[in-house]
Design a protein around this ligand. Structure first.
Ligand code: AMP
Ligand code: ZN
Length: 466
């Protein structure tokens, strides 16, 4: 499996630090509003990378934070006359609903910046002790000149960067030693949330949050650090400077960055006001369509949002769902169990190989989707009333399996078959007899999710669709 590493600007064979395991950190959103579909791009593409690595047998420890202390959150809280915590909690909940709708697997951990302040103060202390940070009037700055590798991720030329900042230096407003230095800790202003520290009552800078949360939940050395390409500089560059100076080891082996989701060829962003929220899209489309749309391009290519592309994603997804639906109908009446003469038991092999080849090549989901379409085309032209159950089941399983790796749900929820329901109910009865109540409850919940209501009657369990 090859991954394009921003650090080396090359595709590299993926070799994890610890065999069979992946430690992955993805920078999460700042929670002061509903997320927009630009924010959804990294969520979807890195969730898909995770799913593929899990399919390949890796155990993935996937950590993604919520930035819940920030100027924008404070501003919104002041506008509404509520606490910052109320704003961040509200939008974390809303974000989780959107993520669920996009079928994004819950992270192993979703740390909150405000709950990790102690760790941040510990790292700041170490940085000061090692000479990588200094305090001035309650503010702590990172001393970039001391970190020899500063600029290694963004490949920025330090002289150019310094020149860009010279004007600040000239005004003399800045108390930094060097215009490139950045804030690790800053004193509170009136009405802002704060924490006590040796330097001032204040709050952390944004970059230190991710360095500390990655360290706490994944360790000093991680395999993959990911986010949108706007985070390369300064956010990720600064994370490297902090973590590597404090921990004394390489922070992340691979750095992955998604390209922008654009609208009219401009980056979609809150500040430009040209965004669409995931919530708005969900009013018009099943969010599976949004997911399918995002995966129809390679994650490192810019993607332009348009109604036309959404419509073609909707049609593409419908083609797959219809094929699976058709297989379900054929299965209801199929007579023969085993593969028949003329049916190729290994029909899916070539398509699966093509899918894997695409995904092994830096998660090329666009080509992986093409492989799924080819499989669907084969199935559509070979499955019919005379097909065996073995063939129909295999066809359904293979399509579902590949789509599941992409996080695309292809079974219509309401389309759970009566037979499947009856079997699950039988299994539940048995589980209850065996006093395996956990399994019994799990089955009841699973059916409830599909809109099936169970009723215990004197004649036994009856069910109906919601
Ligand atoms: P933010 O809440 O702005 O910190 O962004 C959260 C994540 O969304 C980061 O990984 C950003 O790089 C990413 N992001 C924001 N806008 C876009 C966009 N238009 N296209 C792709 N990724 C984006
Ligand atoms: Zn981050």
């Amino acid at each position: 499996m090859k991954i394009y590493n921003t650090l080396t600007r090359r595709k590299e064979e993926f070799v994890p630090i610890e065999e069979g395991k992946v430690r992955m950190y993805v920078c999460g959103p700042t929670v002061y509003n509903y997320i927009h579909i630009g924010n959804a791009r990294p969520m979807i593409v890195f969730d898909t990378a995770r799913r593929y690595m899990e399919y390949k047998g890796y155990k993935v420890n996937y950590v993604s934070n919520f930035t819940d202390v920030d100027d924008k959150i404070i501003k919104k809280a002041n506008e509404e006359g509520v606490t910052s915590e109320e704003i961040s909690n509200r939008y974390i909940e809303e974000c989780k609903k959107d993520m669920d709708g996009m079928n994004i697997k819950p992270a192993t951990y979703n740390p909150l910046a405000t709950k990790e302040i102690d760790g941040m103060l510990d790292m700041i202390k170490v940085l000061i002790e090692k000479g990588y940070a200094y305090e001035k009037n309650g503010t702590v700055y990172y001393r970039t000149a001391k970190f020899k590798d500063y600029g290694k991720l963004s490949k920025k030329n330090m002289d150019e960067l310094q020149a860009g900042h010279r004007s600040i230096l000239v005004t003399g407003d800045d108390e930094k030693e060097d215009p490139m230095d950045f804030v690790l800790w800053k004193p509170k202003k009136e009405g802002e949330p704060f924490w006590p520290s040796d330097y001032s009552d204040g709050r952390p800078g944004w970059h230190i949050e991710c360095s500390v949360m990655a360290k706490k939940y994944l360790g000093d050395e991680i395999d993959i650090h990911a986010g949108g390409e706007d985070l390369i500089f300064p956010h990720h560059e600064n994370e490297i400077a902090q973590s590597e100076a404090a921990n004394g080891v390489q922070f992340s082996k691979y750095w992955m960055h998604n390209a922008f989701l654009n609208i009219d060829n401009h980056k979609m962003s809150k500040s430009l006001g040209n965004f669409k929220t995931v919530r708005e899209i969900s009013e018009k489309y099943d969010l599976q369509v949004l997911r399918f749309f995002m995966l129809s391009a390679h994650y490192r290519s810019p993607l332009n949002f348009s109604a036309d592309l959404m419509e073609s994603s909707k049609a593409g997804l419908a083609r797959i769902i219809t094929a699976v639906d058709n297989l379900n109908h054929l299965l209801e009446n199929a007579k023969e169990d085993e593969f028949k003469a003329g049916e190729d038991a290994d029909f899916a092999k070539a398509y699966v190989a093509k899918f894997e080849e695409a995904m092994d090549d830096d998660f090329n989901t666009a080509d992986a989707i093409s492989a799924v379409f080819e499989l669907v085309k084969y199935v559509n032209s070979n499955a019919n009333e005379n097909s065996s159950k073995a063939f129909l089941n295999a066809a359904k399983e293979e399509i579902t399996k590949l789509c599941d790796i992409l996080g695309i749900i292809v079974t219509k929820e309401a389309e759970i078959l009566d037979e499947e329901i009856d079997n699950l109910i039988k299994e539940r009865q048995q589980a209850r007899k065996d006093k395996n109540f956990a399994r019994a409850d799990e089955i009841r919940d699973l059916l409830a999710d599909k809109g099936i209501i169970l009723e215990d009657t004197r004649e036994g369990v009856k069910w109906h669709r919601k």
